[in-house]
Every structure is written in C-alpha cells, then in structure tokens.
Ligand binder design. Structure first.
Ligand SMILES: [Ca+2]
Length: 354
C-alpha cells in the first residue's frame, strides 16, 4: 500500500474580510447524496457549507482544490419552491404560461402572447418599458441578443426596467411589439434557499447553470476546477461535500488549529483563518498527498518541489495577489503518516465520478 501523508501548509493573504475568521471548512471525501451529506455535517460539524460572498466562495474553493482528484462538492443551497418575481418589484398578479414550461429560471413571451421559461444565460431579444402613462411610448423592443441579466441591465440604464405584465390587456399590448422569436420579459424565478435561514442572495452559477437539465436538479454543488462556480444537480446523485463549523480563531494559535489527522478516520481537509499581526491574514490547510516512491518528503528538495507545484496549482485556479504558501510543522515534522483503510480508499477514488 502506498503511504499517505498529511501536509500542513500556512497560507497568507487569503482572507480580506472578517467573516472568514469565524468558520472552519471541512471537505469530506466520501460520496453521499445531498440529504445524507447534510445529515453527516449536522451530526459531526454544524451543517453543509453556506456561501455568503465571493470571498467565502474563494475560501471554500481553496479547501476543495486542496483535495487532490475530487472537484465536485455539495453546498447547502437547494431549490425550495418556485419563486417568480418581476424585476421591477411588481406583484405577480397575472401569468400566461404555455403548458409544460418546466422549472427554469427566466421568462420569455412570444408573438402569440404565451410565456415560456428558459435558462437565463440564453441570448434573446428583449422588451424594455418606460414609466409613462402613454401606452404607445411605454414599450421598446431591443433586437440585440442578450442574456436575461444583460437585458435587465440595459433596460435599467436606457429605460425603466425589463417589461412587467400585470393583466391580459397589457399582454395584448405587448404582442403588438413582439418579434417572431421568443423575447425576455422581466419575470424571473429564484427558488434557491439556504436552510440556515440566512438571507444571502450571493450566487455564483457557472455558464449555462442553473439549467435543470434532468428536470429534478434541485441541489447545488461547487465545481472547484471551474473557478468555484456552481451547478444544479439531482439531490440523489452522490458527491463529496463540504461541512462548516463556527469557530473563534482569536482564541487559538495557528499551530493548535491543525490537529494531527492520524487521530481520526475521517478523511478531511480543514482550513481556518485568523489575523497574523503585521502579515495580513492566514489560513491553515491540511491535506493528504501520496509520498513520492522511495523518497523522503522531508528532504528539503522534495518538500520545496511539492510546495512549488501546489503554489502553481492554486495560482492557476484562483489567482491571488500576494498569496504565499509555506509549510508549518506539527510536533517537529511537516508530514505525518496517515492510517489508511482499504474501503475508504476505494470510496474516495470514485468520489467525483457519479
Ligand atoms: Ca445543471
């Protein structure tokens, strides 16, 4: 059996805000469906990880990237219920959906006055409106193809907003302006919820996601190799996942936050962050690597080569100005041999290939 080693790194300059000081992230390298993953996290830690900002997303991606070979990790975000809203805040008092529209995320209308649903990243013409009582001046068709978000931005800059439709008579007026192909209207669906009740609206979808391509993609994962972008997947699929724990790093020194992995049979990567006086902020990441065949990783040349490779990998996937990696020692050693069970090894080898 090949030896596994625990590597302890000290990473500087990762955290720019205070929110990252209070959470510990644990990447669990065992495949579970979303429900089981959440149960595991609540039993052993706090919960599946929630993401409240781009900075937190980067930290979590960093934890995920430190897990060699696995790249898809469940987040806590999930579809709770359809939640259609008008971009301009109007109440949704009237709809004219085509039958069988599915559960997608941005709404279109067509020349017949019927509404459909589409992936918001699709490019379509769109209809803006001006806040005026003159009905003939109210609507403006823009034929330039844009995504729904780009269309909304354009309408807000040049008109009032993407069009909202509150009655059948308004729908009839809009038909008069309609192009031959479906066009964006201001209606969008935001069914995504964090169970912790947080009101974070931060989302970080990959291109063409969410797309509900299988019709039941109700849970969300992070794809670490795609810059930490998110994808919707069926909750029954099994992936690795990331738990979090609230912590108070101001009471702990960095060396004491990285407990030896040999004391646990869980296969975890943990990071924790805290201010380092005069040197910005740091984050501790502990991960597993395979020992080079016949070589001692404590050899300074081998040690430096591993660090260089990790630095290149992190810089490529998530460029960080001024980020620096260095080893830290625990009990006088950087590397600590990890007990390995055969069944766990099999499980982790298929972790990111559902
Ligand atoms: Ca998807």
């Amino acid at each position: 059996m090949e030896k596994s080693l625990v590597v302890i790194l000290l990473l500087a300059g990762l955290c720019e805000d205070t929110s990252c000081q209070t959470r510990k992230y644990i990447a669990v390298q065992t495949r579970k469906n979303w429900t089981e993953a959440g149960r595991y996290c609540r039993e052993k830690h706090t919960d599946l990880v929630t993401v409240r900002s781009l900075e937190e997303n980067k930290q979590i991606q960093f934890v995920a990237l430190a897990v060699s070979g696995f790249n898809q990790f469940w987040l806590e975000l999930h579809r709770e219920r359809e939640n259609w809203q008008w971009s301009n805040g109007d109440a949704v008092s009237y709809t004219n959906w085509t039958a069988g529209s599915g559960a997608l995320y941005c709404a279109t209308a067509d020349a017949g006055g019927s509404w459909g649903q589409s992936v918001c990243h699709d490019q379509k013409p769109f209809l803006c409106y001006n806040e005026t009582s003159n009905i003939t001046e109210r609507y403006t068709l823009i034929s330039t193809m844009k995504t729904w978000a780009e269309a909304r931005q354009y309408c807000r800059e040049h008109h009032t907003d993407l069009v909202s439709i509150k009655s059948a008579s308004e729908n009839e007026e809009i038909k008069k302006k309609a192009p031959t192909s479906p066009f964006w209207i201001g209606l969008f669906n935001d069914p995504w919820k964090w169970t912790d009740g947080g009101n974070s609206t931060f989302q970080n979808w990959g291109v063409s996601e969410p797309n509900n391509v299988l019709g039941n993609e109700n849970c969300v994962l992070m794809y670490s190799l795609n810059n930490g972008k998110w994808e919707d997947w069926p909750c029954s699929f099994e992936f690795c996942f990331i738990c979090y724990e609230e912590s108070n790093p101001t009471t702990k020194a960095p060396e004491t936050t990285a407990e030896p992995s040999t004391e646990t049979t869980e296969r975890l990567t943990e990071t924790q962050s805290s201010p380092e006086p005069g040197k910005g902020r740091w984050q501790v990441v502990r991960t597993e690597i395979k020992a080079p065949e016949g070589q001692d990783p404590e050899d300074p040349k081998i040690r430096d080569a591993i660090l260089t490779e990790l630095q290149e990998r992190f810089s490529k996937d998530t460029p960080k100005e001024g980020m620096m990696l260095r080893w830290i020692k625990k009990d006088g050693k950087i590397f600590h041999k990890l007990e390995e069970k055969e069944e766990e090894k099999e499980e982790t080898e298929t972790c990111s290939k559902p």
